[in-house]
Design a protein around this ligand. Structure first.
Ligand code: NAP
Length: 285
């Protein structure tokens, strides 16, 4: 049986569906089963991972755990790793990040630091692990949805910044391969996961326009204005500034090279951003 954290999230929802298709028994964790809208065939269990409760019962009878930092944050993830070891879980597939480089640079930015710490905790647990270092997620473009719906004009400090947007369904498909592996091929492996092509922010906005059949464009704003808009209770303004500066560096060359890992691991090409935009046209209309 496989336990999925963040089961109603971008990756989690796709992953639950994929695992069920593969005939796996799935325990899907959510803070609110009544609103989760998860398939009946999954065992849907209420879990607020931010609460100071014993997490071990969530992992009883589980062989594998899909661990997503988005589900409750770093402290919750650490407690879940301990609980997994106690409950006899064999394997953790960790949703990590391409920002982790295994160099001292990992300590210099918020996102890399948090994911690197989690990778260390998983390694130290003694369980089998697979690290999925994905980035940048196509779902980041959902931040543009209100602007696209209102005016079609997306304000951003770096219209020319290049990304390699990866579809959440590809991340989920790779996670399923690693979770269901019975050959040991993916044991203690790290995978760099990107979309199939490098695209600027402006090109991504144009692809969304095409998917919804309405004109869209980007308008450049200052980095400060963008950092204010991006920061929030769980994302400090300094972290937002770091990230925006980093995106600025990708105007001349993408931060991450395109990886072929999705195709190697799943046997089919990674989904292009244009497909992601079509899949999410409803979010932008
Ligand atoms: N964005 C990127 O470019 C990028 C790049 C690399 C890595 N990442 C990683 O990917 C993560 C995002 O993955 P995602 O997009 O699949 O996440 P997501 O869509 O934001 O889903 C997070 C899920 O976690 C659950 N959750 C939130 N708080 C919880 C709590 N206290 N206890 C239990 N569950 C809780 C929520 O489900 P309920 O409301 O149902 O409880 C939610 O559906 C990031 O946090 C980061 O670690 C992102």
């Amino acid at each position: 049986m496989i336990v999925v954290t963040g089961a109603t999230g971008n990756i989690g929802r796709s992953l639950v569906a994929r695992l069920l298709e593969e005939g796996a028994v799935v325990r899907a964790l959510t803070r609110d089963p009544a609103r989760a809208g998860l398939p009946d065939r999954a065992e849907v269990v209420r879990a607020d991972l931010g609460e100071e409760t014993d997490l071990t019962p969530l992992l009883t009878d589980a062989d594998a755990l899909f661990l997503n930092l988005a589900a409750g944050g770093g402290e919750a993830a650490s407690r879940l790793i301990d609980a997994a070891a106690k409950a006899g879980v064999r394997r953790i597939v960790l949703n990590s990040s391409l920002s982790v480089t295994d160099t001292p640079a990992d300590e210099t930015n918020f996102i890399a630091r948090n994911h690197a710490a989690l990778e260390r905790a998983v390694r130290d647990s003694g369980l089998e692990w697979t690290f999925l270092r994905g980035g940048n997620y196509a779902t980041n473009a959902l931040n543009w949805a209100p602007a696209v719906r209102e005016s079609g004009v997306v304000r951003d400090p770096h219209p020319g910044a290049q990304g390699v947007p990866v579809h959440e369904a590809d991340l989920a498909d790779v996670a399923a391969v690693a979770l269901l592996d019975d050959t040991g091929t993916h044991r203690n492996q790290t995978y760099l996961l990107t979309g199939p092509e490098s695209l600027t922010n402006a090109q991504q906005v144009a692809a969304i326009g095409e998917a919804i059949g309405r004109p869209t464009r980007m308008e450049q704003i200052s980095e400060d204005e963008a950092a204010e808009a991006m920061s929030g209770p769980h994302f400090p303004i300094e972290a937002a500034r770091e990230l925006i500066r980093l995106f600025g560096e990708s105007v001349d060359a993408p931060l991450f090279p395109v990886s072929d890992a999705v195709e190697r691991l799943t046997g089919r090409p990674a989904r292009p951003f244009a497909q992601w935009a079509r899949d999410h046209a409803g979010d932008f209309s």
